[in-house]
Design a binder for this molecule. Structure first.
Ligand SMILES: [Zn+2]
Length: 250
């Protein structure tokens, strides 16, 4: 991939990242993600082109509003940077194909779900519905995929988490729907990986939080972020981790 394409993919990723910040703040409050245009939450100044250049605006203004000096959260540039880097890595790994487009949209969706579930402990239905739509659409574009694998993946993810939710009371409806969606996206092998991996990192991180007393046994720890991390891990290293695992046990 040449330098120009690299830069294009990265910059495009940061621009989408900027839009993800809007989604993260507005979707849980059930506000429109298209209007009104972004404005400073302190002084209300409508943000123009110079205020909306991903990452650079934040760096050059020292993380402050150009008009009133209010401090902005470092989350804005970090999400932009993260989305740009992950887009670049997807195109490195998968090349200029439809599957890369699918993975990029999925990663952006998972970033939004990660942040909203962490903060509000919900996975909005609108995000899952959006996911089902583009996953179905792009799957149809990729004519060489196994449609039954995707259907079984959906059924596996949805049913397993439904049962876990009924038995343990520890999962929400959002987790069940998200697992159905990811099963449709990644097929049976992918959703089994995501299930196991999310429980492993969920256990490790929850234990870490308990030991460092950042959480108590009574605290509810949302599961969506673990699912999101697992799905992104599957995109980049799924097959490598599965091969390593079987090499170690055989
Ligand atoms: Zn301001």
């Amino acid at each position: 991939m040449n330098l120009f394409l690299n830069i294009f993919v990265f910059v495009f990723g940061t621009l989408i990242g900027s839009f993800l910040n809007v989604c993260i703040y507005r979707i849980p409050e059930e506000k429109s993600i298209v209007s009104p245009p972004s404005s400073c939450s302190e002084c209300g100044h409508r943000l123009g082109f110079l205020d909306l250049i991903p990452v650079l605006t934040y760096v050059f203004n020292n993380g402050k509003c150009r008009h009133c000096g209010a401090k902005y959260s470092a989350q804005y540039p970090l999400i932009e940077l993260l989305n740009g880097i992950l887009y670049l890595l997807v195109f490195y790994k998968y090349g200029f194909k439809w599957i890369s487009v699918m993975h990029c949209i999925t990663i952006s969706l998972l970033i939004v779900i990660f942040m909203i579930d962490l903060r509000y402990r919900i996975i909005p239905d609108s995000l899952v519905i959006f996911g089902l739509l583009y996953t179905t659409f792009i799957s149809i574009m990729l004519i060489d995929i196994n449609i039954w694998d995707k259907v079984f993946g959906f059924l596996f993810g949805f049913t397993l988490f439904l049962v876990i939710a009924l038995v343990t009371n520890a999962m929400g409806g959002g987790d069940i729907k998200l697992m159905g969606l990811l099963g449709l996206n990644f097929g049976l092998k992918g959703i089994i990986f995501i299930t196991i991996f999310s429980f492993v990192i969920g256990a490790v991180i929850s234990l870490g939080l308990l030991i460092t007393k950042k959480a108590t046994r009574k605290d509810y720890i949302p599961f969506g972020p673990f699912i999101a991390i697992s799905a992104v891990t599957y995109i980049f290293w799924g097959n490598e981790i599965i091969n390593l695992y079987f090499k170690l046990i055989l």
